[in-house]
Design a protein around this ligand. Sequence first.
Ligand code: ZN
Length: 386
Amino acid sequence: MLLIKNANLFGPNPEGKKDLLIAANKIVFIEDNISEKAPYITRVIDANGHITVPGFIDSHCHFAGAGGEGGPATRTPEMHISDFFEAGVTTAVGCLGTDGITRTPKSVLMKAKSLNIEGITAYMYTGAYQMPPPTILGSIAEDIAMIEEVIGVGEIALSDHRSSNPSTLEIAKIAAAARVGGMLGGKAGIVNIHLGDALNPFQPIYDVVKNSELGFKQFRPTHINRNKHIFEDAKKYGLLGVIDITASSYPYFPDYEIKPSTAVAELIKTGVPLRHITMSSDGGGSLPGFDGNGNLVKLETGKPLSLLHEFKDMILNENIPIEKAVQIISTNIANALRLNTKGEIKIGMDADLLILNEKFEIKTMVAKGILITDDYKFVKKNSFGN
Ligand SMILES: [Zn+2]
């Protein structure tokens, strides 16, 4: 059992100084004082002078690799478990993107299984940009209902030149299949939507909700900060449903994008309910970099570490309270994706937490009760010893 003493706890709400006892993979006690001499305690960590928050949830990343839009040499590699460890991400949700031809949901599933063994909790969306979406068992509903790791479908591309341009009926059918699969599997059955650059990108979702029995909570549009006109539309859509900000470009932000931490501050100011705002990394996706004349000068991959940077910037630059920043990168996502044991530090929840110093560096990371980072160093290795 692991004992954390003197935690300045944001679970996400501020609870003051607490001691936490972790047994197996769960938080079993939260008290003002738990004795270090209690039986079976194998390790005591002093969190004094730091904050303790729930582990981050990266709800949109390409952990089995992605890219390829610039030819074979622009395919991005599979992500490494350390990409998540360095970012404080204890739960990740993987997906395919443009390339559902040479990459398959099966490879995403196997990578999710590998990450689950290596230390974090990993889920996935079945499908890709292609229509009909590629699946593992033959249908979206079967994948979601029958495969533990599959919690939804996506990313379904709308309003993008790379999209398969699904009709309102096709989107409704995908969402209905995700919903039924979700009901049978006890999951959210989310449709993860990639929004492109076209005007009125939310319109297809409004059309589906208007013409079916489906609600906004079935959909989760992402990349809503990719340019100013989409962001303006997101302020209206965000009153009705969850909107997801993409952090991956850090530290490079072209002028037409809205920096994620700034986007959060502006959405809150506009009156978008906090519970509707989430952020993900798009890690593993390809990121083009341009010079001042708009020429492509580099190609990088997105990193979950962008979430930790934006968490810090939300608090230090935008004066967003810690508990609200935690909700955006953890609690709200757990609620939207119905990950019932994630996103909060509470008795009975999975022991996924971070102890951060005043510079928001990770002193300690615990995932599923296992110590991942101890005194600023990784102590958990992957299967190959690195
Ligand atoms: Zn995307």
